[in-house]
Structures are given as structure tokens and as C-alpha cells.
Design a binder for this molecule. Structure first.
Ligand code: SAM
Length: 234
């Protein structure tokens, strides 16, 4: 169970974010179900309620603040795991259309049950990003692709940028230690351009958000297949 509404709202406020009672109700259901499900299926190492609030919920919602995602955007969350960042984004802004993609079916099963409990609409994809972004119904169909804690910038770009329409953006949520410029070659080969990198503090941790604008179509030869991607990044 999360701390009470006033405590949670004060925490959101510290990060310049509002919190309505209805959002709080949903985050509380989310935290309970995450901890309960995590007893049987490995979803997260973070299980203490206040830490879930900060390191999962607030961190995810900060993407809206730093990336300035417009209302009604179609977002695909690549390697969403237990729903981060996109389920908190949807709780925070119900106009967003979220697609949750993960290669592990046990996580997709959790997300289907979670979204039913939360009464939020989402599309679920069990599979690998590099397979689905080749399909015409998903390729260059999203306003935003995003990912948190999935892979290094070069690899992540190949997984995420092919999903984004020209004019849309790819948002990478990162820890402090990665040299983002190592992904520059991949970003440009895939039709992107890094527009900004924002560093922020989450409690005692440094985090960063990298925004890549999609400026031209991704060449059809990308993404390469899984074994080529793993062997050598672009
Ligand atoms: N984004 C979540 C978060 O921030 O808590 C989960 C991060 S978890 C460390 C990485 C997730 O990415 C795992 O659930 C894994 O199954 C998924 N994943 C890794 N590579 C993938 C790929 N190529 N396609 C789809 N999912 C992938």
C-alpha cells in the first residue's frame, strides 16, 4: 500500500508534478498488484511502497515533463517490463494511446491483468521489438517510442526508432553513466537526430532523458535480425 494521498501528492509536488485523488487511487492499486504478483513472477527488485512511488511512478511520469509529450500521442513502450514508463504515463494522462511491448510473456500477462484492474485501455504485444517494427502495421506508426533500462543507446535506437513516424520522437530514459554519444552513429543511420539530453536528480540518483527527433524514414534494412544486432551495434 502506498503512503496516504497527502504524502504522495507532496512527493509529486517536489518534482513539479500534480497528483489528483483519482490518479492516486490507480497508483495505489498498481503498487499493490505489482508487489503481490512479484511474489511469483519476477517483475521488479523495488518492492518498498515509497520506493515504488519514487523510482517507478514519479520517474516514469517525469518523462511527460521533460519530453513534453502532446495529448493523444500514440506511444510504444519497448521492453516495458512491469509497465514502466507507459502505464504511469497513461494514469497521468488518459488521452495517451499506449502500446506495451515485451519479449517475456509473463510480463505481458501481468500487464493485461493490471490494465483490466485499472480500467485503462492499452494494446499488448508479446514479442521482440526488432521483429514487430518490420511489420507494416507497426512500422513508423507511432508518435513516440520510449524505453527505460533496456539497452545501450546504439542498440536501443535500432529497437525503437523504426517504430516512430517522421516528425515523431524516441525518448530514452537512462542512468547517469552511459556515454550517449556512442549511439550517435546508430541514431543517424536510423533516421534520427539527438535533440536534447536532460539530466535530473531522483532522490540520491542521477538520471537522464534523451530525446531523439525522427527526421527521415528508417532505411528498410533496419532493424537487422536479433543475432546481428547482438553481435555488433550500429
Ligand atoms: N522498462 C522497464 C523498467 O524500466 O522497469 C523494464 C526494464 S527491464 C530491465 C528490460 C525489459 O526489456 C525486460 O522486460 C525484457 O524482457 C525486455 N526486452 C529486452 N530486449 C527486448 C527486445 N528486443 N524486444 C522486446 N523486449 C525486450
Amino acid at each position: 500500500m502506498l503512503p496516504n494521498y497527502d504524502v504522495c501528492a507532496a512527493k509529486f509536488d517536489e518534482y513539479g508534478l500534480g497528483l489528483t485523488p483519482e490518479m492516486y487511487r490507480k497508483f495505489d492499486i498498481y503498487a499493490d498488484f505489482l508487489v503481490e504478483y512479484n511474489h511469483n513472477v519476477n517483475l521488479t527488485a523495488i518492492t518498498e511502497p515509497e520506493q515504488i512511488l519514487i523510482k517507478h511512478f514519479i520517474d516514469s511520469v517525469l518523462m511527460l515533463k521533460y519530453a513534453e509529450i502532446p495529448d493523444n500521442s500514440a506511444i510504444i513502450d519497448v521492453g516495458t517490463g512491469a509497465g514502466f514508463p507507459s502505464v504511469p504515463l497513461k494514469i497521468y494522462n488518459d488521452t495517451l494511446k499506449i502500446t506495451l511491448l515485451d519479449s517475456l510473456n509473463k510480463r505481458i500477462n501481468f500487464l493485461q491483468q493490471l490494465c483490466e484492474k485499472l480500467e485503462i485501455e492499452a494494446e499488448f504485444i508479446h514479442g521482440r521489438a526488432e521483429d514487430f517494427s518490420k511489420m507494416p502495421e507497426y512500422r513508423e506508426k507511432f508518435d513516440v517510442s520510449c524505453a527505460r533500462a533496456v539497452a545501450n543507446m546504439a542498440l536501443l535506437s535500432e529497437l525503437c526508432i523504426p517504430f516512430v513516424k517522421v516528425g515523431g520522437m524516441f525518448v530514452a530514459m537512462k542512468g547517469p553513466n552511459e556515454d550517449i554519444s556512442l549511439g550517435n552513429n546508430a541514431v543517424s543511420l536510423l533516421g534520427g537526430s539527438v535533440s536534447r539530453e536532460t539530466n535530473y536528480q531522483l532522490e540520491d540518483e542521477q538520471r537522464k532523458i534523451v530525446i531523439v527527433n525522427k527526421i527521415s524514414q528508417t532505411p528498410t534494412k533496419y532493424p537487422r535480425n536479433s543475432s546481428q544486432i547482438k553481435k555488433k551495434t550500429l
